[in-house]
Design a binder for this molecule. Structure first.
Ligand SMILES: C[S@@+](CC[C@H](N)C(=O)[O-])C[C@H]1O[C@@H](n2cnc3c(N)ncnc32)[C@H](O)[C@@H]1O
Length: 450
């Protein structure tokens, strides 16, 4: 039933026992896909639950404690990475002991879950540049794009009957949880059946409704990635800050009216290069306090555009004392800084990928792709060379300069004529450099034979 692509790689030094979310957590996507977790795993779902006939799968027996997950846990326990893509994954950690206490090491089955992540919707109403872009959402993933109540309840029921307890149900994923019309019913069902802590992340571009208080949510993080429309909208494209503020204000008023302390309302602010001045951070905390929120979570991120993308934490160290001071100044609200370590820290600003597209006796065709990961245009100088092991070729095929718009790709193909070339091993080599400093951004090579 499962394809298990398997590669043995030496573990990164110092990581033992290895730990990743897949050891003791489980992620169900809106269309029934089960990836190991987010990050690179999201592109390689391990299996897909039957959305037409949800009850046809024994979720715990065949998936959570099925052969692939059991093997993944055993591989990690023995210090090996189960998949090639684990190498770049930001969820690979070395704080394994707590996670391993939930696993029966004799057979790799999990006895309780730390986090059940639920992507109640793959749809969204805001177009964040590092996420799946709004216009292509319906094309990049097979439907259904909304998690059905039937599949959700089946997963929960199967966990209950299998006696797997769950510490936390986390409504998040690639989409916007509140876009699912059954969101509140899902929260209530999960809370009632599992008694777990239930949390959610939202962009807050909604009208508030009382069921968001009464459904049993323990905590909701509302995205406030700026304190004015200009800085907020740089990342939260199409989002309206005024609407988010109204949503948060109505939420805190409803809690007071309904006389309940839950859910905890969190002002979640991803710190970018453009929204994290001292004034903006101070304004954020004062505004969260005015709106009646309970907590401010400042998220330091190393994704492109993130406050720590270029400066390796310098600005973070500067704001720490400010945040400490503001936390004391506003006793009604807790202020915290969290870190988010992404796979981008190991990715060059512009990626280059090459592959042999076609090859026959007379020619080889190599396809190349440059991708600009930044949230701004990146100018690059590109040089493409053909080299041969025997030394009969060392020629520059292309020198070009490009202005790659944000998150955009540039593709090219390189036809290599075999006529007049000696048989042997050849390499197409591409270097991508900064046009001002001349510094190398990245390089890539593609080997082929004639
Ligand atoms: C992808 S969002 C989806 C949930 C929901 N639509 C939202 O906007 O909160 C999941 C979480 O990722 C966070 N996030 C988005 N962009 C981020 C970034 N560049 N770095 C760190 N966290 C980010 C959001 O604040 C949110 O809490």
């Amino acid at each position: 039933m499962f394809a298990f692509e398997h590669q043995r790689i030496a573990p990164p030094s110092g990581l033992h026992p290895m730990n990743c979310m897949a050891i003791d957590s489980f992620y169900v996507k809106a269309n029934g896909e089960i990836p190991c977790w987010c990050s690179p795993g999201e592109h390689h779902p391990i299996t897909r639950l039957d959305t037409e006939h949800p009850k046809s799968t024994a979720v715990v027996q065949d998936v959570l404690n099925g052969s692939v997950f059991k093997r993944m846990r055993q591989e990690l326990r023995e210090g090996r990475l189960p998949f090639d893509y684990c190498k770049g994954c930001s969820f690979l950690r070395n704080d394994g002991e707590d996670a391993w206490s939930r696993v029966d090491e004799s057979d790799g089955t999990v006895k309780s879950l730390n986090t059940l992540q639920v992507e109640s919707s793959f749809l969204c109403n805001v177009d964040c540049p590092l996420c799946v872009r709004l216009p292509v959402r319906r094309q990049v993933k097979d439907p259904p794009h909304q998690l059905s109540m039937e599949l959700f309840t089946h997963v929960i029921d199967d966990l209950v009957t299998s006696d797997i307890s769950v510490r936390e149900i986390w409504f998040s994923g690639r989409g916007e949880p509140l876009m699912n019309p059954d969101f509140a019913s899902m929260v209530k069902y999960g809370k009632d059946r599992l008694g777990a802590l239930v949390t959610a992340h939202t962009n807050g571009n909604f009208s508030f409704r009382d069921e968001l208080v009464t459904c049993g949510l323990d905590e909701i993080e509302i995205a406030f990635d700026g304190v004015d429309q200009e800085t907020y909208g740089k990342y939260r494209r199409g989002g309206k800050l005024e609407r988010v503020a109204q949503f948060a204000k109505d939420y805190s008023e409803a809690k007071r009216r309904l006389k309940t302390a839950t859910p905890e309302l969190v002002w979640k602010m991803v710190l970018f290069e453009w929204n994290s001045s001292d004034q903006e951070i101070s304004r954020a905390i004062a505004w969260a306090d005015e709106l009646g929120l309970d907590r401010v979570l400042l998220m330091n991120t190393d994704t492109p555009g993130g406050m720590s993308y270029r400066d390796a934490g310098r600005r973070l160290r500067e704001i720490e004392p400010l945040v400490e001071r503001l936390d004391a100044e506003f006793p009604g609200i807790r202020v915290e800084i969290h870190g988010y370590h992404s796979t981008y820290s190991a990715t060059p600003e512009v990626d280059c990928q090459l592959r042999v597209e076609q090859s026959d006796a007379t020619s080889t065709l190599i396809a190349g792709r440059l991708f600009n990961h930044l949230l701004e245009t990146r100018s690059v100088d590109v040089q493409v060379r053909l080299q041969s092991e025997r030394g009969d070729a060392d020629v520059t095929l292309v020198t070009a300069s490009y202005d790659l718009p944000e998150r955009a790709e540039h593709v090219n193909t390189f036809p290599i004529d075999h006529v007049g070339r000696e048989n042997g091993d050849y390499r197409l080599w591409v270097s991508v450099a900064d046009p001002v400093s001349g510094e190398l951004i990245t390089e890539a090579a593609c080997d082929f034979s004639i």
